[in-house]
Unconditional design. Structure first.
Length: 174
């Protein structure tokens, strides 16, 4: 079992975004009269940046255990540890999506979502060792003969992951 996590360089920019957003909305918030419409707008924006900062902290503390049989995501929460596991022997759905903030589709990231009978979990390419999770998931999908949607197949090809597909059923072949 390989233990993976989100490293500092991958979350540093998100910490800065949260801090800058909280500063740029928090300082004017102190100068505006409570009850004014601008006060409530700034307060809502400050709250959004604070939630974003908290989510970044939780993501930074998260660990992912990746093995050939199970993928477990443990989040280090302040009130205890949150854990989700997907049993790869019971994998029933896998989706690999590409997100890009640009119109030209550059500088994006991939998100891998896995489902078994009980639960679902997702990881993205900012996770150090994302390829390990993807490798185990693709192997399990082939063993379970899953049918992948066209965008997942295209994204796998874009990452250089080769899969064999049964022409009759459209399912992955082991």
């Amino acid at each position: 079992m390989t233990v993976l996590h989100y490293e500092w360089p991958e979350v540093r920019a998100d910490y800065w975004r949260a801090a800058a957003g909280m500063a740029l909305t928090g300082i004017p918030l102190l100068l505006v009269r409570p009850g004014a419409i601008l006060f409530w707008v700034l307060l809502a924006m400050f709250a959004l940046f604070a939630v974003f900062g908290f989510r970044t902290l939780m993501r930074h503390r998260m660990e992912v255990d990746a093995g050939p049989d199970v993928v477990t995501r443990r989040g280090g929460g302040f009130w205890g540890s949150f854990s989700r596991s997907v049993d790869l022997a019971k994998l029933r759905r896998m989706k690999l999506r590409y997100f890009s903030p640009r119109r030209d589709r550059r500088d994006g990231w991939m998100q891998l979502r896995l489902w078994d009978d009980r639960t679902a979990l997702s990881v993205d390419t900012a996770l150090a060792g994302f390829e390990t999770v993807l490798e185990h998931a693709v192997s399990a999908a082939a063993r379970n003969r899953l049918v992948l949607d066209p965008s997942t197949r295209a994204n796998l090809a874009g990452l250089g992951v080769r899969v064999r597909i049964d022409d009759e059923t459209g399912a992955l072949e082991p």
